[in-house]
Ligand binder design. Structure first.
Ligand code: ATP
Ligand code: MG
Length: 302
């Protein structure tokens, strides 16, 4: 056997260690590339699921407001009414908005119903960003999604109850016969079918509000916005109207109403309080009940 010289051994070792180094480097590179690929797949998967989750959340929420501001400018004066409203209302919620006169309740409701624009922030209605929308598109979305109920009923005085209820279908191009038939169904649902031929001035406040609610429902909205719907009614009729709104809500329609009355607000699931241009408090009905119970107990034991 040939004796290897020391220098040969050294050379072999040199090449061997070089190979090891190269292999290690390659291995490291492979591992690095593999890690990067795994990381990328992980990131893509996470993004994918996050997008689905995000979309689901946005779909679930009927409306989302982020930092919404609104000012009214008259002449040289500017009145900053809403100063950064953050609010999410889920599909099927029954919510009341409270606050002192001039706190911006109607302003907020008008923005929610696309009757007015806002200056800053973002507002999503049923997953659609409402920003700088032209009147035509806003009117289309309003017709599809929103029903309005007002304190003063806003019925057309020279049309009877049935014609008033049928009006939104007229704008949708539904024939007179068909829209009157559907209007009658809604009047029946509201328990005032026999008042179909009567003019608004022949009806009581409660009856007029039922007509107005029937009209708001006829285009099958997802949200009902009601600005002080019981403001012009006595307490018995107010409770009846709240009963109707509650039934509507039970059918899955989101109901948002503005009220000054605590007992009316207590009939909803959530109370949003406006103060100084912002939301000062959100009280959930469960909490409200718990608070009331605790308060009553304290009074009893005092
Ligand atoms: N179109 C407008 N132009 C100028 N100022 C307005 C306009 N609409 C409302 N305002 C002002 O904005 C503020 C908020 O009005 P908004 O009607 O939203 O109050 P509100 O909370 O509904 O009050 P109320 O309980 O009396 O109905 C008020 O000071 C009001 O004078
Ligand atoms: Mg108002």
């Amino acid at each position: 056997m040939r004796q290897t010289t020391c220098s040969e051994k050294q050379e072999t070792f040199y090449w061997f260690s070089l190979e090891v180094k190269i292999a290690e480097k390659q291995k490291k590179r492979i591992i690095h590339v593999q890690n990067q690929a795994v990381y990328r797949i992980k990131l893509t998967t996470e993004c994918f699921f996050w997008n689905i989750y995000d979309r689901k959340q946005k779909n679930k929420a009927m409306l989302i407001l982020n930092n919404v501001h609104k000012s009214y400018v008259t002449g040289n004066n500017s009145l900053h009414v809403l100063k950064g409203i953050d609010l999410t209302i889920e599909q099927g919620e029954f919510v009341s908005i409270m606050g002192s006169s001039g706190s911006g309740k109607s302003t907020l409701l008008n923005i929610l119903g696309l009757l007015d624009s806002y200056d800053e922030g973002s507002y999503y209605l049923n997953g659609t960003l409402i920003k700088d929308m032209n009147e035509k598109k806003a009117a289309k979305m309003r017709n599809e999604l929103v029903g309005f109920v007002f304190q003063s009923f806003n019925l057309i005085s020279f049309k009877n109850a049935m014609e008033n209820v049928a009006l939104p279908l007229y704008y949708k191009g539904v024939t007179r016969k068909k829209r009157n038939k559907i209007a009658m169904e809604y009047l029946e649902k509201m328990g005032i079918k026999e008042w179909a031929e009567h003019m608004p001035n022949e009806m009581s406040g409660g009856q007029k509000q039922r007509v107005a609610i029937a009209r708001s429902l006829i285009s099958k909205p997802k949200v009902i916005l009601a600005d002080e719907p019981t403001g012009a009614l006595d307490s018995t009729t107010s409770y009846e109207v709240m009963g109707i709104l509650s039934e509507i809500n039970n059918e899955g329609i989101t109901v948002i109403l503005v009220t000054h009355e605590h007992d009316i607000a207590a009939m909803t699931q959530k109370i949003i309080r406006l103060k100084d241009g912002g939301i000062s408090q959100i009280i959930k009905n469960g909490e409200l009940r718990a608070f009331k119970n605790q308060y009553t107990k304290q009074l009893e034991t005092a």
